[in-house]
Design a protein around this ligand. Structure first.
Ligand code: SF4
Length: 590
């Protein structure tokens, strides 16, 4: 038979360390660490090209370039990671980032920070506590942020710390404390104290506690920023890009301004007939943040709140202002990332990412979702994770999670987990697609375990092992050479294993000898199944209270089928007894 040779796109790096499987590698651009593309998607025709500038083009006025190196004035003491990087110093934080990102070395981390394409949000105060430094940028793996915070109607400090720990457990790389109720200072203090991850805030929320937004002035703003910097906040969202000129454009929108910070500052501008206070005192804010190495997350106060308002004049006008604020912050030696939309139709996601990359000269883009449709409240962790995957592939460096409670209420523990899991999926999927070396190794290992029908290994490798195990055991609590999805006779993986010419599933490292009744459900697994409500209390009790003997431990062999016994009748018996519903037909496309 003639082999099929279809043209494939030029391939970038291989995300699988050992080039395993038959995949030709990533279809993204080849890696360009040290250049403006780093790990990037090929441009769809018409996309804005990269900026020809970097943070090196926006140096402090009193620094001088000689012998190919930048020199600070005499007596200058570097504080921020950006300043150290510009002077050629590799800090312990850069070393730590290189350890956590094995595809980068510490000098590459330093170079990316110096170029403004990477940030290490690490306030000196938090560094002296428990902070474990991490980096956000196009050359690093995609990061996710989880939001939390007490509201005036729900939650308190201890509940927020519990949510923080829960978010870290489920893979949040940074956490934002967005408290607007309760004791804001105490909640923030508690969160910073307990967090190994960087903590971000939107300081204007504290600024207006007990006062009208119209009363804000320079002194109040700086005093509040200083207090939070002293507590150890690692990055501040400041909505300085909203300008008076943009407000007329907002009037035509379906849903106006949906950012709390953006709407408050719009009110301030209209009341005072002045430009945005945060923009007016931007240089003062930069000087203050530099002292602690607080990183900017320059806020998108005019992000669209619905598909109808995406990529409109107000949003793009603000983006242009964000580019100018970035340049000024870099001149002060302050690290910068930029916040982005919001609600964006899928076809416009790439344009939004690449426009930001151009206007903000490659400063890391930190996006909320974006949601790619508006009509699934209750499921916006999914609508937004779809947009987030596209955003990360096309240029975003950090994804702010959205939970199922988005637009509806304050997220609870399980919502935090659902949001984190959805966003870990988005980030990982994008990293594999971008060809970041080593990112697919995890997938490849799990594929090998799946091919060998090695359930224990399969669940051990799963991101959420408890859910995977509980779902499997809900139907059939025996680890054997099929599951309840297709049943014994229709199990394609089992059938494939029997075709001698295939090597599929024969990796010795994943071999298993005898089918085994699975261990008793853990409390967490029991909880998962209880919430699903499929099993009766008696069935749940049986799964949760198995003894070692019942499980066929030691030399007591479970009475169930495997390809080792080749006993088809036992298999059918097991299938009939062990599944709570008749065997389902094979999945579509199998
Ligand atoms: S092919 Fe079907 S029965 Fe076999 S392991 Fe996969 S889902 Fe389960």
């Amino acid at each position: 038979m003639k082999s099929i040779r279809l043209p494939l796109p030029g391939t970038g790096s291989n995300p699988s360390t050992h080039s395993q499987g038959t995949n030709p590698g990533s279809f993204a651009n080849p890696a360009d660490i040290g250049g403006p593309l780093s790990f990037s998607s090929p441009d769809t025709p018409g996309m804005p090209p990269v900026s020809s500038k970097t943070a090196w083009d926006f140096m402090p006025e009193d620094w001088r370039l000689s012998d190919g190196r930048w020199h600070a004035p005499d007596g200058f003491v570097p504080i921020t990671q950006l300043e150290h990087a510009r002077l050629g110093t590799i800090t312990p934080e850069m070393e730590r980032v290189a350890e956590r990102e094995p595809h980068l070395d510490a000098n590459q981390v330093r170079e990316e920070i110096a170029a403004g394409r990477m940030v290490i949000p690490a306030n000196k105060v938090h560094l002296a506590k428990e902070l474990d430094p991490m980096a956000i940028g196009r050359a690093t793996r995609t990061k996710i942020n989880a939001n939390m915070g007490a509201s005036p109607v729900s939650s308190g400090s201890s509940e927020e710390v519990e949510k923080l720990e829960w978010a870290l457990r489920w893979g949040a790389d940074t956490v934002m404390d967005l408290s607007t109720g309760g004791d804001l200072d105490a909640t923030r203090e508690a969160i910073i104290k307990h967090s190994t991850a960087p903590i971000g805030t939107v300081p204007i929320y504290s600024m207006i506690m007990g006062r009208a937004v119209e009363d804000l002035d320079r002194e109040i703003v700086l005093e509040c920023l200083e207090a939070q910097a002293l507590q150890g906040v690692d990055y501040f969202t400041i909505h300085a890009g909203v300008r008076r000129a943009h407000l007329d454009l907002v009037a035509k929108r379906l849903i106006g301004i949906v950012s709390r910070g953006g709407s408050l500052l719009a009110k301030w501008m209209l009341h005072h007939g002045r430009e945005n206070l945060m923009a007016e005192i931007w240089d003062d804010i930069c000087l203050l943040m530099r002292r602690y190495d607080v990183t900017f997350s320059i806020g998108d106060g005019l992000r669209p709140g619905g598909l109808a308002d995406a990529t409109d004049g107000a949003q793009l006008g603000e983006l242009s202002a964000l580019g100018e604020l970035t340049e000024r912050a870099w001149r002060h030696g302050v690290q910068v990332m930029i916040e982005g939309p919001g609600h964006v139709p899928f076809d416009q996601v790439e344009y939004n990412m690449k426009l930001q990359r151009q206007v903000c000269h490659g400063a890391p883009f930190y996006v909320l979702g974006p949601l790619v449709t508006d009509v699934f409240p209750g499921y916006d962790h999914i609508t937004s994770a779809i947009g987030a995957t596209a955003a990360a592939y096309h240029g975003a460096s950090m994804l702010c999670y959205v939970t199922p409670k988005e637009h509806l209420g304050l997220p609870k523990r399980d919502d935090v987990k659902q949001g984190c899991v959805a966003y870990r999926i988005a980030a990982h999927a994008a990293d594999v697609a971008l060809g970041i070396p080593g990112t697919r190794d995890w997938d490849d290992e799990l594929t090998k375990a799946r091919a060998a029908l090695n359930w224990e290994k399969h669940f051990e490798l799963a991101f959420d092992s408890d859910t995977a195990r509980a779902f499997h055991d809900e139907d059939m609590d025996v680890d054997t050479d099929f599951c309840a999805m297709c049943g014994h006779d229709w199990c394609a993986v089992r059938i494939s294993k029997e075709i001698i010419s295939f090597v599929s599933g024969k990796d010795e490292a994943y071999a298993w000898e005898t089918p085994k009744i699975s261990a008793a459900l853990s409390e967490e697994q029991k909880d998962i199944l209880q919430k699903r409500g499929v099993l009766t209390p008696e069935e749940l009790h049986r799964l949760a209270s198995k003894t070692r003997n019942q499980m066929g431990a030691d030399d007591a062999r479970a009475e169930c089928h495997s390809e080792v016994t080749g006993d088809s009748d036992s298999a059918m018996e097991l299938q009939d007894q062990g599944t709570s519903s008749p065997a389902a037909p094979p999945p579509a496309g199998d």
